[in-house]
Design a protein around this ligand. Structure first.
Ligand code: GLV
Ligand code: MN
Ligand code: MN
Length: 415
């Protein structure tokens, strides 16, 4: 039986997307609403209000997550959790994460309007700062909920040298209490997140829904190349120790690593910064930022060794020293098979065609998976575009996702 949304649901989804899009940094392209920024702070009051209007009891926890509770028949039973995020990348779009928060609020509203009382509490969470930020760390709120935010993470600095711990304090959160989150210390039943696919697979296959099987692991590194500053007019090509050329070789090595992946694997360099300002000096100090992702455990586990070897060898040929600082943003996480089965059966019961699909993007679900069996529902992204202003998903597609989410919540509640 197809789920038929009411006109009010469609209006609320569309007006919600438009209202959140207004909270943006006008000096940046697209719909920029980065964690800790003023537009983000202002948007959170709007989101909390929308949760209250939908009949949820709202608290903001010590990590800055907004949590709306729909009480169930037995408040002592492990709670069912759903949600996503409303921050964006710099120059980002209007749907990534936002659909999962607005969709979860609509789901809670629909449960009440249809007189469906769940056996257990439903928690709708808008997690703080999911996108990787100036501190190079994603999923701040869900990491804190899962106690995966370590004290040393708070020592990370942005490009101005500001500590993450200070950014939290300036935002009004106590850095020493971030993981003191009562709702996350209860036993939790399941976690389910609705999200746009952010890639082209569903659209290309003409499918309205994806049942997520696994979420990519992410390995990142910052490379520092140290060569020698010399006169760009008088130093012969063979006598140079050019840090920029070593970085350029490393950018290509990162790309060929991604191109050589046997199944799913991608590799990206996002920034190369040179300390040399003058066009007539051979660059002597260059920093480069890269990441590699895959849902293929075997391939991803070898990437650090392979790339380190290649970059060191190429740099040595050029007489350039290199230091590589590797960090794991997150390991590959598989979605719980039982939750996948429930999403699939919910889709089948609503006559929604679906396919299993891995996620090349990371999500709050990665961290929630350490608190409860986790699953995700994907809906199509137009032209597969995301993390850019053109990001788009039709309201009709969002509505299908919300319908599947409601049905999934009902079926998960009964497990
Ligand atoms: C977030 O969208 C990420 O995949 O980095
Ligand atoms: Mn997202
Ligand atoms: Mn994103």
């Amino acid at each position: 039986m197809l789920h038929t949304p009411s006109d009010e649901t469609i209006d609320r989804l569309e007006s919600g997307l438009a209202a959140l899009a207004e909270f943006r940094d006008p000096s940046r392209p697209g719909w920029t609403r980065e964690v800790f920024s003023e537009p983000y702070r202002a948007s959170r009051e709007w989101t909390a209000k929308r949760m209250r209007e939908a009949g949820l009891e709202v608290v903001v926890d010590n990590a800055g997550n907004i949590v709306g509770r729909l009480p169930g028949e037995d408040p002592s039973a492990p709670a069912l959790v759903t949600g996503s995020h409303t921050d964006t990348v710099d120059g980002g779009g209007r749907f990534d994460g936002i659909v999962g928060v607005l969709g979860a609020i609509e789901a809670a509203r629909e449960l009440q309007q249809t007189g469906t009382r769940l056996g257990r509490d439903l928690l709708v969470v808008d997690f703080l700062g999911e996108e990787s930020n100036a501190y190079g760390l994603s999923c701040l709120g869900s990491r804190a909920a899962a106690r995966e935010l370590a004290p040393e993470d708070l020592e990370r600095t942005d490009y101005r040298g500001v500590r993450l711990g200070k950014a939290y304090a300036d935002y009004g959160l106590d850095p020493s209490k971030l993981t003191e989150i009562p709702w996350a210390r209860r036993r939790l039943h399941r976690f389910i997140e609705l999200h746009i696919e952010q890639g082209p697979t569903l659209e290309k296959r003409g499918l309205p829904l994806g049942v997520v099987t696994a979420i990519t692991g992410i390995e990142r590194f910052i490379a520092t190349f140290t060569g020698s500053a010399d006169h760009a007019g008088t130093t012969s090509m063979e006598d140079r120790r050019d840090a920029m050329v070593a970085a350029a070789e490393a950018v290509l090595a990162v790309r060929s690593e991604g191109c050589g992946a046997p199944t799913h694997g991608v590799a990206t360099s996002t920034r190369v910064e040179s300390e040399s300002r003058s066009p007539n000096v051979v660059p002597s100090l260059v920093r480069m930022y890269s990441e590699v992702r895959s849902v293929d455990e075997y391939w991803l586990s070898g990437v650090k060794g392979r790339l380190t070897g290649e970059i060191l060898a190429k740099s040595a040929e050029l007489g350039v020293d290199v230091g590589l600082d590797w960090s794991t943003d997150n390991h590959i996480v598989k979605a719980d098979k039982g939750v996948q089965d429930v999403v699939a059966s919910a889709a089948d019961s609503l006559d929604i065609a679906w396919a299993p699909i891995p996620s090349g993007a990371t999500h709050d679900a990665v961290h929630m998976a350490s608190l409860a069996p986790m699953g995700m529902i994907f809906i199509p992204s137009k032209d597969g575009k995301s993390h850019c202003p053109e990001e788009w998903t039709d309201t009709a597609d969002i509505e299908v996702g919300v319908g599947a989410l409601v049905q999934t919540i009902k079926e998960l509640d009964r497990l």
